[in-house]
Write a protein that binds this ligand. Structure first.
Ligand SMILES: [Zn+2]
Length: 367
């Protein structure tokens, strides 16, 4: 029974979240009805009725879902095959993470520049637009905020040639609205070649609205051009997996279930009861009657290979073994073998420990 922890009202969970939602995405439209049903303890039925495909393809390239279509869908990195355009541990022999998918162009102009229109993947609103290509390896990019099955989720569209002038933060968008045109913008030394022009696309969750304050404290000299829309403050899931599962499950697809059912790489006890992720993503909190009765003093948090906290179980003082501080509880070695590239945990002798990257993630999470 997770129902009591669900924020099914469409209420804002963080600063500037749904308060600026001028569009009425699917989940928000029916929220009063859902809230009423939930009072009748029919939450699950109500939530299920909102499920179904959540995202559409952001460009005309849909070959992902065609037989042997992957090579026409994903853009390779220079000198590599299309597999390097997938999400996950696909670069540097499996030791470098790619946080999104690179969707190959389908059209070019006479100069060989991509002309594919880039479209909103779901209803929502503009969260952020960066129009200065030199400020990010994302080049010119846009971030959209969505609320799907109550879950606050973001999509990122990067390396654009341009974002249309009317799109500024707070503007509401409908799925399919043209955001701009595919490009090859980036601030990296090696440019993106015309033959592998692509849209870098992410489906992602937001870690902490206080990212800038955290960065200033931790790395006083670091540039902070994008505030909380820094890629380090976003934790992605695999968009290709989402598109495929939508196709396979149709109306039975649930983005919320998809996030809840991530594979666990490691579990950490966090001695904190009010960090931002809890407020933003209450749908990911599980019930624990013992802790609810005895008093919650912290959360047991399950992370996937990318460091996404996808299950949070409240814990009471009586359930804890040992001192109440943040500590690593377990690591799934099979998951680590498959996807080690975020380097969040490592094995020292017989025991596992959080790396500096792992510590950094937890520190940002609880700030
Ligand atoms: Zn990419």
């Amino acid at each position: 029974m997770i129902a009591l922890f669900m924020d099914v009202t469409g209420r804002s969970a963080g600063p500037g979240a749904a308060t600026h939602l001028r569009s009425q995405p699917r989940s928000a439209r029916s929220s009063p009805r859902v809230a009423a049903l939930c009072r009748l303890a029919l939450c699950f039925a109500a939530i299920a009725s909102q499920a179904g495909p959540a995202f559409q393809f952001p460009t005309a390239n849909r070959s992902l879902l065609e037989p042997s279509g992957s090579a026409r869908f994903f853009a390779p990195t220079a000198g590599r095959t299309w597999t390097a355009g997938q999400f996950g541990c696909v670069r540097s022999d499996g030791w470098q993470m790619h946080e999104g998918i690179d969707i190959l162009f389908t059209q070019k102009d006479r100069r060989g520049e991509p002309t594919d229109e880039v479209r909103a993947a779901a209803d929502g609103e503009i969260a952020y637009v960066s129009r200065k290509p030199g400020l990010s390896n994302y080049g010119i990019y846009a971030v959209l905020r969505h609320r799907i099955e109550g879950l606050e989720v973001y999509t990122v569209y990067a390396h654009l040639r341009q974002v249309r002038g009317e799109w500024s933060p707070g503007a509401s968008v409908r799925a399919g609205d043209v955001l701009g045109v595919m490009g090859r913008t980036t601030n990296t030394k090696s440019p993106i070649g015309k033959d592998r022009a692509h849209l870098h696309f992410e489906i992602t969750l937001l870690v902490n609205p206080s990212f800038s304050a955290w960065l200033k404290q931790r790395e006083p000299d670091a540039r902070d051009d994008h505030g909380m829309w820094n890629g380090r403050n976003l934790l992605g899931i695999d968009p290709a997996e989402v598109f495929r599962e939508q196709q396979n499950r149709g109306a039975r697809f649930s983005l919320l279930d998809h996030v809840r059912q991530q594979r666990e790489l490691f579990r950490v006890y966090i001695a904190d009861t009010s960090f931002p992720w809890l407020k933003r993503y209450p749908q990911l909190i599980r019930r624990n009657p013992t802790a609810e009765r005895d008093g919650i003093v912290g959360y047991e948090v399950s992370f996937n290979f990318n460091g996404l906290p996808f299950r949070l179980v409240p814990r009471s003082r009586t359930e804890l073994n040992g001192p109440q501080k943040t500590r690593l509880l377990s690591v799934d070695e099979a998951v680590y073998r498959d996807s080690p590239c975020r380097k969040l945990v490592f094995r020292r002798g017989q025991s596992w420990t959080l790396t500096a990257h792992g510590d950094e993630l937890i520190s940002l999470l609880v700030r």
